[in-house]
Design a binder for this molecule. Structure first.
Ligand SMILES: Cc1cc2nc3c(=O)[nH]c(=O)nc-3n(C[C@H](O)[C@H](O)[C@H](O)COP(=O)(O)OP(=O)(O)OC[C@H]3O[C@@H](n4cnc5c(N)ncnc54)[C@H](O)[C@@H]3O)c2cc1C
Length: 581
């Protein structure tokens, strides 16, 4: 079913690759998408983790909501094993990356990529981060992105998230701290607002005051079911057809649209290990790729007029380095990860509970209700804050389980607006977690800046079945640390204003959830995202971002860039099809 040659081969069906495939398919190009992980909810692979199944899928009628319901069980451990970065046959273990210290890189494999486990927050970049920080090429501006934001936001249905108690509390605290409610998409001043989320709105009947007692299944309810679930896949609402699932991860939003063009074939379980080149009049150009079947280990070569790397900010530079492509000293360098932290408020004592009752009508925060991340605070120049709702296990790990400053009893944050700082264990951890329903965790997301010492490299001594593995280096700069400290203080004050009687700061070790800027525009790729050193090789994933966008969640921007890159591919190499795009 997979041909020997295509107009375009896209490597990776994660957050951004399917956007490029959709636009290229719509322009009439013959496109093959090669994805290292499995394809869930597809009739060709009824048991995607147990047996190899079919070869490839190009027919949208292969997509099945019922199968997705079966496969995405929402059981956290099981879903983590199924979705995190590793082969479909997860008995073989995860694919290895080396990351320094206590931190980790968190990515997923499979059609949908890391959006399979993301929380669907789709804000735009801060305009000043693109136009004023000096990292992006001068002939690329924020205004270039706006029409593409509009195009991808229409596809993902971005809309303000519904408000439950946890968001209401945060908004009240922010307002009492004197911050403004923002009502704009292009943010140029600090303030708070509901998250612009790529999740279908919940049915009215699930509104917190509606007293609905019926089935929480499609078609009784549509859209989000107000019961978290984003991180463990996207099965809700159960019973819904594939494309009616609420969370608009790329497998739901862009993959069906790409297949519906009739020109896009998706080949999962295909790990690309090599990019082929040829020299035409002395200029090297990409001519195709070799991929390895992750079930049987066989390899195959596919030729293409254009190759698009969409393997994400760690695997794209790894593939470049392992493929012996032309030397570019910036490949892999400049990694940004939004150097994050966790600050949380607790409402424990009688006064605090009474205040909760007065503010949200009950003595609980109930972080498990609503969308996982539904309220945000923006601060161009520093980064952002976002409330989170997680289940207790994840909360224990994220909020209390790891710290760069040791255990809480070794720290005395007397001059800071939080009461405890560091890692909690034993009886103290149990006591705080027993107040899970009166806890509001907030993620601190820093505008960290690109530094070449933060990078992805490979070393021949550390290899797996796909070649040398990525070695990831990251240490924040003094400026990054100061911006994160400042955001943490703002956060603690907001929580105090909302009545929290205990505020805890984790001082988390660097953990890479948002991963960008390892193949930067202006350094490795030109403003159209074609490699400076290799013609016909484009990059369409978060690695092309020249910085961390100022802090906003990156996927909306990655998708907007991928849509723009697809237009440039058509204009440069398939001009006869440009008019239909
Ligand atoms: C828990 C969590 C929550 C998040 N929430 C948000 C959020 O709310 N909003 C937001 O904007 N971002 C969020 N993110 C980040 C977001 O998911 C990523 O930034 C986004 O998915 C990155 O898109 P990408 O295309 O660059 O990479 P990915 O989505 O990682 O896609 C890369 C794809 O390429 C495949 N691949 C890799 N190497 C190869 C190879 N050699 N051959 C073939 N295929 C390959 C991978 O399997 C994967 O499918 C979150 C991340 C996590 C972990």
């Amino acid at each position: 079913m997979v041909q020997d040659s295509y107009d375009v081969v896209v490597v990776g069906a994660g957050g951004d690759g399917p956007v490029a495939a959709w636009k290229l398919g719509r322009a009439g190009l013959d496109v093959l998408v090669l994805e290292a992980g499995p394809f869930h909810g597809n009739e060709q692979w009824p048991n995607p983790h147990e047996e190899p199944g079919g070869e490839a899928s190009s027919d949208p009628s292969d997509l099945s909501g019922d199968l997705l319901d079966e496969q995405f069980t929402t059981r956290e451990l099981e879903m983590t094993e199924k979705l995190l970065w590793g082969p479909a046959d997860h008995d073989r273990g995860f694919w290895f990356r080396k990351f320094p210290g206590d931190g980790a890189t968190i990515q997923a494999a499979g059609v949908g990529g890391t959006t399979l486990i993301y929380t669907s927050n789709h804000p735009r970049a801060y305009p000043a981060a693109i136009d004023e920080q000096g990292h992006w090429p001068s002939n690329f501006t924020y205004d270039d992105l706006v029409p593409y934001y509009e195009e991808v936001e229409a596809m993902t249905g971005v809309a303000p998230a519904p408000v439950t108690a946890k968001e209401e509390l945060f908004f009240q605290g922010a307002e009492e701290q004197g911050w403004d409610l923002l009502d704009k998409k292009n943010v140029d001043e600090p303030g708070y607002r509901p998250q612009p989320n790529a999740i279908k709105q919940p049915s009215e009947k699930l509104h917190v005051d509606a007293d609905y007692e019926g089935a929480v299944e499609y078609p009784d309810v549509e859209g989000h079911t107000m019961a978290l679930g984003e991180i463990s896949g996207n099965p809700f609402p159960e019973g819904a057809p594939y494309e009616e699932k609420a969370k608009q991860s790329a497998n739901i939003s862009f993959v069906p649209a790409a297949m519906e063009t009739g020109n896009v074939t998706v080949r999962p379980n295909a790990f690309v290990t090599d990019v082929h080149t040829d020299s035409v009049l002395g200029t090297p150009e990409a001519t195709g790729v070799t991929f390895r079947d992750t079930w049987d280990g066989s390899t195959e070569r596919v030729d293409a007029e254009v190759v698009v790397l969409s393997a994400g900010s760690i695997e794209t530079p790894r593939l470049w380095l392992n493929s012996d492509l032309p030397n570019n000293e910036h490949v892999g360098k400049g990694l940004t990860i939004h150097f994050g932290d966790n600050v949380m408020g607790l409402w424990r004592g009688d006064d605090a509970r009474a205040e909760l009752l007065q503010r949200v009508g009950k003595e609980r925060v109930d972080q498990h209700e609503g969308e996982v991340i539904a309220a945000r605070f923006d601060y161009p120049g520093l980064g952002m804050l976002q409330t989170t709702g997680t289940k207790p296990g994840i909360q224990a790990i994220l909020g209390f389980g790891a710290s760069s400053s040791g255990f809480t009893f070794t720290n005395d944050p007397a001059n800071e607006p939080w009461d405890t700082e560091g890692r909690l264990a034993g009886p103290q951890l149990k006591r705080l977690l027993s107040d899970y329903r009166r806890m509001l965790p907030v993620l601190v997301v820093t505008d960290d800046r690109p530094h070449e010492r933060n990078n992805v490299t490979v070393a021949p001594g550390a290899s797996d079945e796909h070649g040398p593995v990525p070695l990831v280096n990251y240490s924040p700069s003094e400026g990054d640390i100061q911006r994160r400290d400042e955001l943490s203080r703002i956060c603690a004050r907001i929580l105090r204003s909302a009545g929290a009687d205990h505020v805890h700061r984790s001082d988390s070790p660097p953990t890479a959830i948002h991963i960008h800027s390892t193949m930067r525009m202006g350094k490795v790729v030109d403003p159209c995202c074609e490699a400076y050193d290799l013609d016909r090789l484009f990059v369409a994933d978060h690695s092309v971002m020249a910085n961390s966008l100022g802090g906003p969640n990156p996927t909306n921007t990655g998708q907007a860039l991928a849509a723009r890159t697809a237009d440039h591919i058509v204009e440069r190499y398939f001009p006869d099809r440009a008019s239909t795009n």
